[in-house]
Write a protein that binds this ligand. Structure first.
Ligand code: NAD
Ligand code: DAU
Length: 356
């Protein structure tokens, strides 16, 4: 069994579904079900004994210790976090609590737990920390993409909290010998992403005829990776990564935000034409995000060289699948937007305490 934290969020849920589609090794899924956690995404696992869900907080040391002692996972894959940059600007406290204190709590619980394991299992134990390229700061137009050796220069409360968590993970390896692995990944997109992030927000707003808010001049650049490619990278790092190492994960897909939005509009024009004309009419430039990082780009050569990982999707194939997925799943979007997914969880998971 492996313990996954944050497995009801966007990437965590995709990882859980992807893992159980390929393996019968069970998953213990610990998630607090904040606004970003949605068990409706995992509906197809209802009744599947390989998925044990526990609603709980990674900052709750007693709970984490009890779960480790009871389920004896061979690895922890740590996704749980506050993940949205704009929210971190308006309310940074939750980011420090979950991303820093929560990671600290998991590391301490893992360290104690691992010391109780017999030698062979202890040697095989892994703590895989899922992090972000935002810890490296912002690139100029001519700068090389982020390599694993790049200095940390986080600029937002979110990226600062993730940088802090990365440093804790590194220290628990260096000082205590905990077999940790860290992945720093670029912007993910794909099915089941909460519509506060750029790509799903633009799709759902366009379908509702609402403005498409592009921050500033729209020329900020991100690297984009289809979420199942991130899942395959995590599987490879967990299976064959070297403890203490970090791996940058990216899609070799640098795009300006305005080009992403135009691409989404063009796909919607093709797949769901509007009688009012192109969706591009809805593009609206709005006030920029404070401290908005200009450019991120990932040098993903290390993970390719050492573990043979490369993304399977191009941006063109991934964005088409994504737009089609949102067109095909209006009920998921409606439930998220209305908050009804919470009723779904209550109806299907009772007290949301525990169970497959
Ligand atoms: P998300 O916001 O969609 O999901 C986060 C999940 O964590 C939710 O299910 C939430 O309920 C849970 N959670 C939050 N606080 C918790 C707590 N205290 N205890 C237990 N569970 C808690 O996030 P995501 O986009 O899926 O990102 C997952 C991880 O990947 C994060 O660590 C993020 O920093 C990292 N990451 C994300 C991206 C991206 O583009 N989304 C890119 C690189 C790295
Ligand atoms: O780089 C990895 C990071 O990518 C992850 O660590 C974060 O968890 C994830 O949220 C994401 O952060 P970004 O800030 O890059 O993603 P977001 O979707 O919020 O914004 C992408 C770009 O689009 C960014 O330059 C801001 C811009 N944007 C965003 C929104 C929500 C807009 O122009 N308009 C919008 O409405």
């Amino acid at each position: 069994m492996i313990l996954v934290t944050g497995g009801a969020g966007f990437i965590g849920a995709n990882f859980v579904l992807d893992w159980l589609a390929r393996s019968d090794e069970p998953i213990l899924n610990l998630d607090l079900l904040t606004y970003a956690g949605n068990l409706e995404t995992l509906a197809m696992l209802r009744g599947d004994a390989r998925h044990v869900f526990v609603q709980g907080d990674i900052c709750d040391r007693a709970l984490v210790e009890r779960l480790l002692a009871e389920y004896k996972p061979r690895a922890i894959v740590h996704f749980a976090a506050e993940s949205h940059v704009d929210r971190s600007i308006h309310g940074p406290a939750a980011f420090v609590r979950t991303n820093v204190e929560g990671t600290f709590t998991l590391l301490e619980a893992a360290r104690t737990y691992r010391s109780t394991l017999e030698a062979g299992i202890q040697a095989a134990f892994r703590f895989l920390h899922i992090s972000t390229d935002e810890v490296y700061g912002s690139l100029g137009p001519q700068d090389p993409p982020f390599a694993e050796t790049k200095t940390y220069e986080p600029n937002s409360p979110y990226s600062a909290s993730k940088a802090a968590s990365d440093h804790l993970v590194r220290a628990w390896h260096h000082t205590y010998g905990l077999p940790v692995l860290t992945t720093n990944c670029s912007n993910n997109y794909g099915p089941w992403q909460f519509p506060e992030k750029l790509i799903p927000l633009m799709i759902v707003n366009a379908l509702a005829g609402k403005p498409l808010p592009v921050y500033g001049d729209g020329l900020n650049v991100r690297d984009w990776l289809y979420v199942t490619d991130h899942c395959s990278a995590i599987r490879e790092v967990l299976a064959r990564g070297t403890p203490g190492e970090t791996y940058n994960v990216g899609g070799w897909n640098e795009k300006a935000n305005i080009d992403i939005v135009r691409t989404i509009c063009a796909l919607l024009d093709e797949l769901r034409p509007s009688p009012e004309g192109s969706y591009a009419r809805l593009i609206t430039h709005v006030t920029d995000r404070p401290g908005h990082d200009r450019r991120y780009a990932i040098d993903a050569r290390k993970i390719e060289r050492e573990l043979g990982w490369r993304p399977a999707e191009t941006f063109e194939t991934g964005i088409r699948k994504t737009v089609q997925w949102y067109l095909d799943n209006p009920q998921w979007i409606a439930d998220v937007q209305s908050g009804a997914y919470r009723d779904w969880v209550a109806a299907n998971y009772g007290d949301r305490g525990q169970g497959a």
